[in-house]
Design a protein around this ligand. Structure first.
Ligand code: AP5
Length: 195
């Protein structure tokens, strides 16, 4: 199995690049943000609980998202590997993910961390908010809260994987194709060293 985490702040391009990477490397895409938005659309109890936090740019409780990932892993026993997008976002989530993957006799192979300046993040998200219908993109104050949550709780998750030398930083500024190429180069390098 080959498992990767696409890491980075809100608006850094995780979703955009994930779509391209899963197609190229035949990985199963697990985006906690997408799963939560689907729960909201379906009007589930979980969706209702998550919505008010997401609308304020705050993280959903660890137990909720860990449960979602556990269930997604169980429902995809034949996956060649997973691309985690927007997860893990806290150290508790990172520890839980390590344990869940260990149960499947696998682990994270690489963490690709996208780096984008704050002004570019805000610009991208405000721009998407004009058309996306995403309630957390609509104003700068909510976008600011999402970036603060990232800085306070999520940025440190990279340290968890740095200890085991799995993090590679990539500039997330430039064209989508340029960034995709850099991500592919890192993955291919890692796949070669696995053989
Ligand atoms: P989530 O859905 O994970 O959103 P996010 O991390 O805020 O990320 P975004 O989807 O906004 O950005 P992205 O990095 O994927 O960039 P994208 O490719 O979309 O989380 C939403 C909420 O759910 C959280 O706030 C939290 O409440 C909750 N949640 C989710 N996971 C959780 C967890 N694990 N624990 C607790 N709570 C959780 O690109 C953004 C825009 O930029 C797009 O318009 C795109 O077209 C554009 N763009 C992309 N690349 C480029 C480029 N190279 N140049 C110019 N524009 C670009």
């Amino acid at each position: 199995m080959f498992n990767l985490i696409l890491f980075g702040p809100p608006g850094s391009g995780k979703g955009t690049q994930s779509e391209k990477l899963i197609a190229k490397f035949s990985l199963k895409h697990l985006s906690t943000g997408d799963i939560l938005r689907s729960e909201i659309r379906n009007g589930t109890a979980l969706g209702l609980e998550a919505k008010s936090l997401m609308d304020q740019g705050q993280l959903v409780p660890d137990a909720v998202v860990i449960g979602m990932i556990r269930s997604s892993l169980e429902h995809n026993p034949d996956a060649r590997g997973f691309l985690f997008d927007g997860f893990p976002r806290t150290n508790a989530q990172a520890n839980a993910l390590d344990a869940l993957l260990a149960e499947k006799n696998t682990s994270i192979n690489i963490v690709l961390a996208l780096q984008v300046s704050k002004s570019e993040l805000v610009k991208r998200l405000l721009n998407r908010g004009l058309t996306s219908g995403r309630t957390d993109d609509v104003n700068e104050s909510i976008i600011g809260s999402r970036i603060e949550e990232y800085e306070r709780k999520t940025a440190a998750v990279a340290d968890h994987y740095k200890k085991v030398h799995k993090v590679v930083y990539i500039s997330g500024e430039g064209t989508v194709e340029e960034i995709f190429q850099k991500l592919c180069d890192e993955i291919e390098e890692k796949l070669k060293s696995k053989k």
